[in-house]
Design a protein around this ligand. Sequence first.
Ligand SMILES: [Zn+2]
Length: 232
Amino acid sequence: MFAVAVPPPERNRALAALVEAHGEQVRASVQPVVFSYPDVLFEIDDHVDCLFFPASAIISLLATGLDGREVEVAMVGREGFAGVAAYLGQPRSPLRARVQHPGTIYSLQLTGLERVLGSSAPCSAPLNSYVRQLIRTLAQAAYCRAVHTTDQQVARWLLGYMDRLDGNSFYLTHESLARMLGVRRATITHTALNLQSRGAITYDHGRVTVTNRQELESAVCECYEIIRREEY
Ligand SMILES: [Zn+2]
């Protein structure tokens, strides 16, 4: 048996800002939970009563159609939180939130947030700041999908994922990335081969390793930098 170190709440920047603004009461109101891939935090139309702040995990926010297909609209890591609609007073979720990368997520009940903020209509400047950033990110991602190539979008996805990780290696199947980006699996396989031949990544039994970040950055569109400026 060995103990796995739990990352502190401050590993999440939105939570760190909340602690700084509202004191230790925040720290006492959050609960760390270890999640695995592909745990679902909430489904579309679920009644969401708490916010999820990843400390080491990465959450994928997904929109779905009537045929059951799903497309990722945003990823959430240490920079923010899932449950924005609930935070804004709409408890029925418009999106599915699924754990894409395993790790620790801090949960904060909305009732706990109300206690911390001393109001029945909680509103926090640090959390509002993340909501604004998320809206900007969603707008740029919509532009990217309409205008840029799948190769550029895959490079943007990989770099965004890397920015939320501690290492340069993670598990990702072509199928799951194709599903999230809403493209065919063969398209992702073609793109992955391109990136491998450029020396940007290696791919081995579902494990992606970014071997040359600079090369990956040379394959990406300007949307990556625009989004990164919002997030960091
Ligand atoms: Zn783009």
